[in-house]
Design a protein around this ligand. Structure first.
Ligand SMILES: NC(=O)c1ccc[n+]([C@@H]2O[C@H](COP(=O)([O-])OP(=O)(O)OC[C@H]3O[C@@H](n4cnc5c(N)ncnc54)[C@H](OP(=O)(O)O)[C@@H]3O)[C@@H](O)[C@H]2O)c1
Length: 258
């Protein structure tokens, strides 16, 4: 296995795009982008000034590393159709096992960035925890090195623990964002702009940067204020699903050990 310099990106979505910029910043070369649709393959390849293909059979065979960053279902599908023999290959999923790629190459691994990515938002990769896993010590060492060139936070994590990290990320990020959505609907229905919530959202996130969430929890549920909770339930009378969420979360907050 030679040092990873020339890299093929299989996928052109949120993660592939952000990875590409971080890899280039670390001095690597993206030699080709594969995606199933020409528009997205061309777009990412264009921004990297490199080649693209939409044909799996045309994937460049001479790269040092292949990074599969497709949706989890598509990664599963492609892993049955792609044969890279002994070329090092990784996927970027939080919830797929390392073994999924064992039919793709003798050298398979995982390169999972614990962050939320969107296509048009650049992130500082130096701060992102990069979770690496590989099926051999040599490959793992090389992945660690690559990750270390991109980020200050490199973690060796096996598939089982990575899946738990991903589960935690769903709570910390995806569910939290959905709460913003609910809050936004409530304020907008009452003629406020979502903007009115932003200082609160910002301060909540800032507090938890310094302290554990057990220390920063506020609100009627942690105070056990039945009267306020009752008023809120009345106002959600026509939205039984939101009542259910409110009731469940308040009950669990009430059980928090401070
Ligand atoms: N987004 C995050 O915040 C994040 C964070 C960490 C890890 N991850 C993981 O990284 C991986 C990629 O996530 P992402 O957010 O970058 O995904 P995404 O933006 O939805 O990108 C999806 C990519 O998969 C391709 N694709 C979708 N359906 C396909 C199919 N049926 N067959 C073939 N290709 C298909 C798309 O191709 P076309 O555009 O050509 O259709 C695109 O290149 C996933 O495993 C995800 O779990 C995501």
């Amino acid at each position: 296995m030679q040092e990873f310099h020339d890299i093929v990106l299989i996928g052109s979505g949120n993660v592939a795009g952000q990875l590409a910029y971080a890899l280039e910043k670390a001095g690597k070369k993206i030699v080709q982008v594969y995606s199933r649709t020409e528009t997205s393959a061309r777009q990412l390849a264009g921004s990297l000034n490199t080649e693209y293909t939409i044909d799996l059979n045309q994937i460049c065979q001479k790269a040092d590393l292949y990074i599969i960053s497709l949706t989890d279902t598509a990664t599963g599908e492609i892993s049955t159709r792609l044969d890279l023999v002994d070329k090092p290959v990784v996927h970027t999923s939080g919830s797929l096992s390392l073994d999924l790629l064992c039919g793709v190459s003798i050298n398979h691994g995982v390169f999972y960035p614990l962050q939320t990515f969107s296509k048009n938002r650049k992130v500082n990769f130096r701060e992102i925890p990069l979770c690496v896993e590989a099926n051999s010590t040599v490959f793992l060492k090389m992945l660690r090195k690559l990750a270390g060139e991109m980020s200050e936070r490199v973690l060796e994590v096996d598939s089982e623990r990575r899946k738990m990290l991903h589960l935690a990320a769903v709570f910390a990020c995806n569910f939290t964002n959905f709460m913003y959505y609910i809050a936004g609907k409530i304020v907008e229905r009452n003629d406020f702009d979502f903007e009115v919530l932003r200082p609160l959202i910002e301060e909540t996130a800032k507090k938890v940067m310094k302290d554990k969430p057990q220390k920063t929890q506020t609100g009627p549920a942690i105070r056990g204020d039945q009267e306020v909770m009752g008023l809120h339930m009345d106002r959600l009378m026509n939205e039984p699903e939101l009542q259910e969420i409110y009731r469940l979360l308040s009950r669990e907050i009430g059980k928090m050990k401070i």
